[in-house]
Write a protein that binds this ligand. Structure first.
Ligand SMILES: [Zn+2]
Length: 502
């Protein structure tokens, strides 16, 4: 089941020393428990933490409560806290696995030595932790029907998969000092007084709760993450509430192909465009960053000179106002806001207007995103925008009860949707040299993306190179059909002529 998460924040007032110390102690103990779980369960052969939070609890908790060494380790940690830390570690490990499998899929996609059957098997194994676990444990996975017909040497491929996973797996999540902890609904309560609203949080000190004054009157619900700001003696409380799914509109809902991009956020197979060109904002951010970095380097050398000459006071002022990272990040994030809001607005408009039952988008493994990007927008920013758009699209699709299907993106921007010949893309427009069809390039791509869904031959497992081969073969077959259907007619006419002459 997919649940949608939406973050709501609540800020505390300034906290006193004993409260900060209790929070600090809680962060340390919680961090120890969290680190214990990440190192115990993030190993390559550990399948205890799997796809969902509920299965994590079931798989681990029963084992842990009977484990003597674990009991000793957690003697000082209340059970509710280590259970929250386990959930926390579980979600870190699950996202680590999903990144790892993505990387491995890319490696397999690039592997020239695999044929289609072999690649299909590898992709299936890399589709989730449940599928890859038996391979890593040298066991036989239960294969789906579609793969049973394929021919491949499992033993050899399993070795390749294990090697690939090991190569892609980075270090175990680092044991950084924790500045936050999770609490569930039974570990806190709210209290309204004349002086304002307080949240009472249980800490590592059994039975004793601390009282934290908050700035608004909201009573948050469900699990909360308490983030401690040691610099400002305060906390920020994050609520992970589940956003409500939007009600379905009446009327028939369609499956719609989408082409995503920076110039048009989405172009649809129904012939509509949503969103404006965010390139200009991106360019502005890039330019600002370059200028700002140059300025920062200049300030840094001034700062060094001041330190050398013993002018500490002025050096501190420059450090705080001109070089400080906090200020820089804040400003940098502000520059991203117009891009974000434009994309969000475009997606909202799309879902409201089209009300799709299903959206068909390109599979991320083979990305062609860079092809249409404007000069002067740096790589990191471009890939950030792509990631942000994808994330928002999936989020909003879930909100609107809309299914997301991925297809192979190869040549979708170069294919003529009318005659299926390869055409040319020039800037914003597409033209077909075979049938003369002309259209907007992105709308054209969206149509091809929709068509790909029904294509049983060009699945997401086929490489771009092979997609081209298939397209060319189809064109050839089509021409042969035309030729053979013309020939007999000519022959008949010739025969008729002969008869008449005779
Ligand atoms: Zn054509």
């Amino acid at each position: 089941m997919n649940r949608i998460k939406k973050n709501i924040k609540q800020y505390s007032k300034k906290l006193d020393q004993p409260t900060m110390m209790a929070l600090d102690n809680t962060c340390i103990q919680y961090g120890n428990a969290y680190n214990y779980f990440t190192s115990r369960y993030s190993g390559i052969n550990s399948s205890a933490i799997t796809v969902s939070q509920t299965s994590t609890r079931k798989n681990c908790r029963d084992v842990l409560v009977k484990d003597k060494t674990f009991q000793k380790q957690m003697a000082k940690v209340p059970a509710r806290f280590w259970k929250s830390a386990l959930d926390d570690a579980g979600s870190t490990i699950r996202s680590m696995w999903s990144n790892l499998l993505n990387k491995a899929r890319k490696k397999i996609a690039e592997n020239e030595n695999l044929n289609d059957d072999q690649r299909q098997y590898c992709f299936w194994c890399l589709s989730g932790q449940r599928q890859i676990s038996p391979v890593l444990a040298y066991e036989e996975p239960e294969l789906p029907k579609s793969l049973k017909k394929c021919e491949f040497d499992r033993h050899q491929l399993d070795n390749l998969l294990r090697r690939t996973i090991r190569k892609c797996k980075g270090a175990i999540p680092v044991n950084r000092r924790k500045r936050s902890f999770l609490i569930d609904a039974q570990q806190y309560s709210y209290r309204d007084t004349e002086e304002g609203t307080f949240i009472e949080i249980s800490t590592m000190d059994f039975r004793k709760r601390i009282s934290i004054p908050v700035k608004d009157k909201n009573h948050l619900k469900g699990s909360l993450r308490v983030v401690v700001d040691f610099d400002n003696s305060s906390v920020v409380i994050n609520s992970l509430i589940m956003a409500k799914k939007k009600k379905r509109k009446p009327g028939r809902r369609k499956a719609i192909g989408l082409d995503k991009g920076m110039k048009k956020t989405v172009a649809t197979s129904t012939g509509n465009v949503y969103g404006m060109d965010v390139n200009s904002f991106a360019k502005e951010k890039s330019d600002w960053e370059v200028e700002r970095n140059a300025n920062r380097n200049r300030q840094r050398s001034v700062w060094l000179k001041l330190l050398e000459s013993g002018n500490d006071q002025l050096a501190d002022i420059i450090l705080a106002n001109n070089i400080g990272d906090k200020h820089y990040t804040k400003q940098a994030n502000r520059k991203l806001e117009p891009i974000k809001s434009n994309m969000n607005h475009a997606l909202d408009e799309f879902f409201e207007t089209e009300n799709p039952r299903e959206i068909i988008v390109e599979d991320l493994t083979w990305s062609k995103w860079d092809s249409g990007k404007s000069p002067g927008v740096n790589r990191r920013l471009s890939s950030w925008m792509k990631g942000y758009l994808d994330e928002r699209l999936i989020y909003k699709a879930e909100q609107h009860n809309c299914k997301v299907t991925y297809v192979n993106p190869a040549y979708t921007s170069q294919l003529c949707p009318k005659c299926h010949h390869l055409g040319r893309r020039q800037g914003e427009s597409f033209s077909c040299p075979n049938c003369g069809h002309q259209a907007d390039a992105d709308l054209n791509a969206a149509k091809n993306i929709l068509d790909r869904k029904k294509d049983t031959e060009i699945t997401i497992y086929i490489k771009a190179k092979d997609v081209k081969k298939i397209i060319l073969r189809r064109i050839e077959e089509e021409q042969q059909k035309q030729d053979t259907s013309k020939k007999p007619k000519k022959a008949k006419k010739a025969k008729k002529k002969l008869r008449i002459n005779n």
